[in-house]
Design a protein around this ligand. Structure first.
Ligand code: ZN
Length: 611
């Protein structure tokens, strides 16, 4: 509901001698304050037919100074600049049907000159068919949006005012959102940060809800029927199992309801999900329905509702929306979140200990096959997505740092304390006091958990530095061992994207590999390698199996489509040696080490009874 209670006062004030606004192009120009902000988002059959979402923003002003409105350049959690203004068309401003002058100040900022008008409406269409968890998506009967894409804010003004949102759609279509329903059929957000933190589904999709512990969960899945029957029941069972171990870490669930929004698509490569304070949005290839990966991603995103949405690095507090906010602590926010996702699965009985060790060893494999980079540097660099192979390595490497710290804290305190104490302590001292945490806060919390044992060397070597992790000394403290095998595998030496069912497009070629020496080129479409046909993404595994027993240097023919031609290239079979890591339980571990291992697997912090 649009309330214009200040208007009568305004006309008197504004009719006076306010100076003409500066007309120059200052992209940082501050807006005059705006009030009574109310957004209307329309997605119905008419806008769907035009592949857009219609957005209107209503507000009141007191003066005839410029109103400067900005659209975010990124969605928090997705640490990249996306410039959502790219998808805006038909931007216009009016008051009582009369058009107002609008100028663009930079790529995502507009200046509206209200003159003597006080009730302003700004409108535009937003069109995006990119499936990306930080963006918005329009299909014929369904749309999802992120508030960062649609909701303008007044530049240079505080972001702490409440906002109202009305969603207009077909009567039989549904809405799923973390936004709080208001009495008048719309939704409210306490401030701009909350407003843009609530991804929303509109249209035709499946929606149900269940009580999990003390809170309500909603599960919205698109397209309708994508997750049904036993797959849906299993997903609900996994949420029920993973929540208690996560809640136990912090001692509270700081939300009353949580919305899981999932999109499944036949063409989406892999899976992706993005966290929010009371929801997350995931997009997955349809083949992921029923896959254990879904539970792992779900645990990761839900744990983020504590770790990063609430307990957050100081550099990200509060969020700013028009520029990057690099922090050297993403290894805590992403890596340690990933460690706790694994713990939630094993502590909740969704996976067994063997599976937990396999997942952990997989992370060791990732780190060992990546150029050395410090956790802090990798955290900072993410905004530019480095091309040297280290992009996102702070996930597995940070997760393993979490495991190392957990073992060392438990060992130092005879399993009376753990990484859980560090997380709770940080959460209480920083988030609960309305601030972000610094690296000093983090290491002080580690100190408090261990009776002030020094972790200066650990920090210097494994967090700020690039020393190999001390698996040989730390894992035995938890009754575990890292085993290394050398595996010899046939390798083609290409990265590909599947083109169709007859071939895969070559996007990168490893120097001095079988593919490079045979003369493959980027953009070739590989149709056959040796006698393995390239029908789908499994051809690499099939190739490794087929040629495992052949001698190195055997003739190997590549058949590629190059432009209009089909070309046959003669090459030779090549092998590479790869280290493969495994984590195993040490049958000779002592009682203390077994107690620590059981503590990690169960969440128990007190001296545990060995089994
Ligand atoms: Zn994450």
């Amino acid at each position: 509901m649009f309330v214009s209670r200040v208007v009568a006062l305004v006309v008197v004030a504004a009719a006076g001698s306010a100076p003409l606004a500066a007309q120059g192009l200052d992209p940082h120009q501050a807006s005059q304050a705006i009030d009574d902000v109310h957004y209307t988002v329309t997605f119905d059959r008419a806008t769907a037919a035009r592949d857009v979402i219609h957005v209107a923003m209503h507000f009141t002003v007191l003066e005839d100074e410029p109103v400067v409105l900005s659209l975010p350049a990124w969605t928090p959690g997705s640490y990249e600049l996306d410039h959502f203004a790219r998808y805006v068309s038909g931007f216009r401003a009016s008051s009582d049907g009369r058009s107002l002058k609008v100028d663009k100040l930079d790529f995502d900022t507009w200046r509206v000159l209200p003159g003597l008008e006080t009730d302003i409406t700004v409108e535009f269409e937003f069109g995006s068919d990119t499936l990306d968890t930080g963006m918005s998506y329009v299909a014929p009967d369904f749309a999802f949006f992120n508030g960062t894409n649609l909701f303008l804010y007044a530049q240079g003004q505080p972001l702490d005012a409440p906002a109202m949102v009305t969603i207009v759609t077909e009567p039989e279509w549904k809405v799923a959102t973390g936004l709080r329903p208001s009495g008048s059929g719309g939704y409210t957000a306490a401030d701009y940060h909350e407003l843009v933190d609530m991804p929303t589904f509109v249209g035709v999709f499946d929606l149900d809800s269940a009580r999990v512990g003390d809170v309500w969960f909603r599960l919205a899945t698109y397209p309708a029927g994508a997750v049904a029957g036993s797959s849906r029941a299993e997903m609900w069972d996994q949420v029920q199992r993973m929540m208690p171990p996560m809640t136990a870490v912090f001692g509270e669930t700081p939300w009353t309801d949580y919305t899981i929004l999932l999109v499944f698509d036949d063409d989406f490569p892999g899976g992706s999900a993005l966290e929010h304070s009371t929801s997350h949005l995931g997009i997955f290839n349809s083949q992921f329905v029923g896959s254990p990966v879904l539970a792992s991603v779900m645990a990761h995103e839900i744990f983020h509702a504590w770790n990063v949405k609430r307990l957050r690095p100081a550099e990200l507090y509060p969020y700013v929306y028009d520029r990057p906010q690099p922090t050297d602590l993403l290894w805590v926010s992403e890596g340690i979140t990933d460690y706790y996702a694994d713990l939630a699965l094993v502590r909740g009985g969704i996976i067994d200990a063997q599976r937990f060790y396999q997942t952990t060893a997989g992370k060791v494999n990732s780190v060992e096959s990546t150029p050395p980079v410090s956790l802090e540097d990798a955290s900072v660099s993410t905004w530019t997505e480095p091309t040297d192979g280290t992009a996102f390595i702070y996930y597995p490497k940070g997760s393993l740092a979490g495991l190392l710290l957990d073992v060392l804290i438990r060992d130092a305190t005879d399993n009376a304390h753990s990484l859980d104490d560090v997380m709770t302590d940080l959460y209480r001292r920083t988030y609960k006091n309305g601030r972000g945490f610094s690296y000093i806060d983090f290491w002080q919390a580690v100190g408090r958990a261990t009776g002030n044992r020094s972790f200066a060397d650990f920090y210097a070597m494994y967090v700020d530095g690039t020393e190999p992790y001390p698996w040989g000394t730390v894992l035995p403290l938890a009754g575990l061992r890292l085993e290394v095998d050398t595996v010899r595998t046939a390798r083609i030496g290409i990265q590909t994207e599947q083109e169709d069912t007859t071939g895969a497009r070559v996007v990168a070629i490893t120097p001095a590999s079988a593919a490079a020496d045979a003369g493959l080129q980027a953009d070739d479409v590989l149709m056959r390698v040796g006698d393995v046909q390239v029908r789908d993404g499994s051809f690499g595994a099939e190739f490794r199996r087929r040629y495992a027993g052949e001698p190195e240097g055997s003739p190997l023919t590549f058949v590629v489509r190059r432009g209009q031609e089909t070309v046959s290239l003669d090459g030779e079979l090549r092998f590479v040696e790869r280290m493969v890591y495994q984590i195993v339980e040490d049958p000779d571990a002592g009682d203390k080490a077994v107690a620590i291992r059981n503590g990690i697997l169960t969440g128990n912090r007190k001296p545990a009874i060995s089994n």
